[in-house]
Write a protein of this length. Sequence first.
Length: 248
Amino acid sequence: MSERFRDYSEYWTRLQGSHHLHPANRYRYWLIVRALRRRGVRFASVLDCGCGDGSLLTSVLQSFGAERAIGVDISPETIENLRKNGPPGASFRVADLGQPLQGAEPVDLVLCSEVIEHVPNDDVLLRNLASLVVPGGHLVLTTQSGPVRRTEQTLGHLRHYDLAELSRRVEKAGFRVLEKRRRGFPLLNLQKTLAEKFYASVTSKLMGQESVSLPMRAVFAAFYQGYKLCALGGGPQLLIVAQREARA
């Protein structure tokens, strides 16, 4: 495996067997759905930026539904697969969110989960996100804080973020931050430490495997239930809910 993913078709091919089952991903989706419910966010249209295998968009649609659902990703192969196997009724297209977008129709809700840390020019990404949300619409942004570990470098993380600074940048892009949270302590911290310690095993057993073994599924399920108890504060998982400023 290369030091860091640059080809995101390879990325999703390697992770297709484990990504939707990984407890940190399932926990993140749970946090996002909870945040949308807590804020009473209503939306008829939703766009998942960097939709990957479609598991986040699927989770949101199962929880809320939407008249129009769209997923975009940089990987043509991933988008082609989603057009065949993605959530029913959703549409998908290829887009590089690190480049200026042209002609995209804004939606009520934009999801951008675990994407910004992969994008070389994150200022462009933030401007794109603002252009994709209707005035008064909402953005949910998640990413990571703390050191970028070897496992995360392998997954293509270029940087991690300070929550206060990232919130300021989101507001500068044209949003009003409604809430900003750090979550996952202590279990997500422990998972990151264990993944780093057992780097070779993690990369061989979870990256590139077509399926996850039953014992590993049991471990995943136990961690996921534990993560759901880590919702009071602290931890490396960042979550921002913001509203697009209405035009004067």
